[in-house]
Structure formats: C-alpha cells, structure tokens
Design a protein around this ligand. Structure first.
Ligand SMILES: O=C[C@H](O)COP(=O)(O)O
Length: 314
C-alpha cells in the first residue's frame, strides 16, 4: 500500500484530552446553574457525575419492553429503584410525572421529557412531537427537560425549529435542557446507519451547536462502507470512538445510554467505566437496571455508584 492509500487515522485527541465540562466553567443563567448543581452535586453520586434512570421506553417502544420483568410495568417499581438507588434523576413524560411525582416529591429529581413518539410507524421520516412544555416542567418542579432531536430526518427542519422554541423557554425559565440526540431517517441509513461513529459524532456536535446543556448519545459503532469519508477510513477502537464524540460535544455534558439489557452485571459496570473514562459526565441506563429483579437492580446501581464515586469524583 503506498502512502496515499493509507487509511486516514487522525488522532482522536489531537494530542489533548478534552476536559469534562465542569459547572463552574460554564456560562449559565442562575436558574440553570442551581438546577444543574442539584443534579450534579445534591443527588446521585453527588460529585459532578450523573446517573439517570430513564422511563420513556413505554411510549417509545411499548409495553413489550417490560415483559422480561413484568414487575417493572408497575411504575412504582422504577420510581422506588430511583429513590432507593440514589439516582441523580428519573427521566419520564408528562403522564407518569403527573401521576407519580407527587408521591415521590422531594425524593428524586425529575427530568421531564417534552416530546416523543411510538415506534409503530417506521423511522424513515422520524419526527418527535411535543406533548408537554417548559412551563409544565416548572409546575412539576423539574430540574431539567428532555428533548429528542431526530438529526438528519427529512423532518429535521420542523424538529430544529421546535427545539429553538424549547431552548428559548428554557433560557427564560432557567431550565437545563437535555437533548436526546438521535440520528434517524432514510438519509442516515444510506450513510452507514444511526449507530455509526459518523452519525453519533455528528449528533454530539449538533447538540453543542444548537444549545443543549447535556446530550444523550449512544455508544458509537465502527463505520462501514456506506459511511462518508473520512469516517469510512477511520480505524478507531471503542475507546477512541467514545473520546471522539465526547470531544465533539464540547462544553455539552455527555450521557451515554444503556441500550438492550445485558444479563452480565460485570459487563454493565465495565461499560459505565469505559464511558466515564472517555470523558462522559454520566450514563442514562434504563432497561439494564429496571429489567433486573429488584435486589439485583439495586445492587448493580450501588456498584455503579461506588465506581463513579471512587474513580471519577471531583
Ligand atoms: O430514553 C431512554 C434511553 O434510551 C435509555 O434507555 P435504555 O437504557 O433502556 O436504552
């Protein structure tokens, strides 16, 4: 292979590790600072890391997601886990928030999800309509809102405009905004798929560009022959890919999601460790937690908490 045929392999760190965004170094309104401080230092590991329990799968995927652990169909189950496991926050939609938050008021911070959809229709023209707004979040005492942006969808013009209004409301109310940054649609499928480094790296940058405070991403997979250059020619391992997307998120804090349940507790802990080592601020793991029998879910949560406190504390 001559020199010109060598695959492009830029150093993902450019010689410099991206520092994890720290609250004191961010330019924020008072309301956002107070709410983020509660999430980062007054709940969860309380050391600047985030451990979030999401419960939006019932809307996004349907009841079948709960079938492996029918006990979790009772919403008290994940709520109890969030409280007893000292999570940083529970993330869910307006219906569950209104029906359950009163009972748990003051015991677990809320990230109110503002938009969402079912997975009944296909994702070719994915769009995530709003079913709640920032005023609902204020009314319910939330410490952040969550917003799904389908990056690259044919409907992204609608999505980006909708996000603009949410961002402006968040600025007005001092409400942090967590972007579920999800590449979706036929264009991304044609360019390698939603899980590739190309797609996830782009999503991380979009969150930073559009004004999210926190971005939720998936672990980036290797690119493939359909991915655009230079990603197609990158030969990075998982740790390098993770560091690359964290760097692209800049001053936006990164949460990595858990995905489908892995029955191996050690593998879940190691995954969280890998994500934290990449510079992530935390994780948002749902099915890997509440699909376990309660005592195991609590035990696994405590192992993750201990690891976050002992290795990644401020
Ligand atoms: O919004 C929820 C996230 O997708 C994470 O959930 P998960 O850990 O069950 O994949």
């Amino acid at each position: 292979m001559n020199r010109q045929e060598q695959p492009v392999r830029p150093n993902p760190d450019h010689g410099v590790r991206t520092p994890r965004p720290r609250l004191e170094n961010l330019s924020l309104s008072l309301g956002k600072r107070v709410r983020l401080h509660r999430l980062l230092y007054a709940s969860g590991p309380k050391n600047g890391n985030l451990l979030v329990l999401p419960l939006d799968q019932g809307l996004e995927h349907g009841p079948a997601d709960f079938f492996p652990n029918p006990a979790a169909l009772n919403t008290d189950y994940p709520f109890r886990l969030a409280v007893e496991g000292n999570y940083s926050a529970i993330a869910l939609g307006i219906g569950l928030a209104e029906k359950y938050m009163e009972q748990y008021a003051g015991t677990i911070p809320l990230i109110l999800k503002l938009n969402g959809k079912t997975n009944i229709a296909d994702d070719a023209e994915a769009v995530s309509p709003m079913f709640a707004n920032v005023e609902d979040a204020v009314r319910l005492g939330a410490d952040a809102v969550g917003y799904t942006l389908y990056i690259g969808s044919p409907r992204q013009d609608h999505e980006i405009l909708q996000f603009q209004r949410v961002r402006q409301d968040c600025a007005r109310f001092g409400m942090p905004i967590v972007m579920w940054a999800y590449p979706r649609g036929r264009a991304i499928d044609a360019k390698g798929g939603k899980g590739t480094l190309y797609a996830q790296d782009y999503a991380a940058r979009v969150a930073e560009e559009l004004g999210a405070d926190i971005v939720k991403l998936h672990e980036p997979e290797a690119d493939n022959e359909r991915s655009p250059e230079p990603y197609r020619s990158l030969r990075e391992d998982t740790a390098e890919r993770l560091r690359r997307v964290v760097r692209s998120a800049g001053k936006t804090m990164v949460l990595f999601s858990g995905g489908e349940k892995n029955d191996d507790d050690d593998a879940v802990v190691n995954k969280v460790k890998l994500y934290m080592e990449s510079g992530a601020t935390g994780v948002m793991f749902g099915r890997n937690m509440w699909l376990r029998p309660y005592d195991r879910a609590l035990g696994l949560t405590q192992r993750v908490q201990t690891m976050m406190k002992s290795r990644f504390g401020e």
